[in-house]
Design a protein around this ligand. Structure first.
Ligand code: URA
Length: 255
């Protein structure tokens, strides 16, 4: 009998897998999906249907407590790495913490790592990252600069890549926010750039980047400038003129 698996069928099957999100076929180590089911955070979800069975775990409160223990950036990175309540950690290859000069006056907060960032453990190193570098070099800022006045510091709302680059959900944003707050307070920038809607959601509790962008807002004792995300600019080149206007606003603010 002739096999059903001819070249066309095999290709269609592979494409179907890609569409379903199977974009990695080998990881460095096997993942025991049954063991993942017993993660503390899953247990919390089950407990809510059985109130009174076990003490309720509050990942946000735990994150607040853990973040307070950090007294250096290295410590903060290790503490985030030890936080077990965000399921994204299970599927990520690497923790993506930051890049750039910690002494910079400009701190950029993006959304979450994508595929390249997850592989390399650094934020904004894919296509959107190249766009970001181009944008800031237009006002003479560069993540590699030693001179603090010419550099930037980059992090994300979430340190782990969401599967298939889906949007982070509100629960994930809320539980990782204490770490972001601590991170920002350690860098103590004069301006925080909220790159796109997810960063605006985390830092301003608002979405609607088209309305929010272009003005420096004052929240959490910070000056926050919302800007279009570079990935959005790649998809919508006509919005680049707004990004340029926002870069000039930033330049003016920095003097
Ligand atoms: N997009 C982000 O928001 N952050 C990254 O690190 C990469 C892409």
């Amino acid at each position: 009998m002739e096999s059903d698996v001819n070249w066309h069928n095999a290709r269609a099957l592979l494409e179907w897998q890609l569409e379903m999100g199977v974009n990695e076929n080998i990881l460095d180590a096997p993942i025991d999906r049954f063991a993942l089911d017993t993660s503390p955070y899953k247990t919390v979800k089950r407990e809510t249907t059985n109130p009174g069975m076990a003490p309720k775990i509050d990942p946000v409160a735990i994150a607040q407590k853990m973040s307070q223990n950090a007294s250096s950036l290295d410590e903060l990175r290790s503490i985030i790495g030890a936080f077990e309540y965000c399921e994204l950690k299970q599927g990520a290859r690497n923790l993506v913490f930051s890049d750039g000069n910690p002494k910079a006056s400009v701190m950029i907060v993006g959304e979450a790592p994508g595929r390249e960032e997850d592989q390399r453990g650094k934020p904004f190193v894919g296509r959107a990252g190249q766009m970001l570098d181009k944008m800031f070099s237009a006002i003479s800022l560069d993540r590699g600069a030693q001179d603090a006045t010419k550099s930037i510091y980059i992090t994300n709302v979430l340190p782990w890549r969401p599967p298939q680059n889906r949007d982070p959900d509100l629960e994930e944003i809320a539980m990782m926010f204490p770490f972001l707050q601590k991170h920002i307070s350690m860098i103590n920038p004069s301006v925080v750039i909220a790159m796109g809607n997810i960063a605006c959601q985390a830092l301003l509790s608002e979405k609607g980047i088209s309305k929010l962008r272009g003005r420096i807002l004052h929240r959490h004792n910070l000056d926050i400038l919302p800007m279009y995300h570079p990935a959005y600019l790649l998809r919508n080149p006509s919005a680049k003129k707004h990004a340029w206007a926002d870069l000039l606003t930033l330049k003016k603010k920095l003097g």
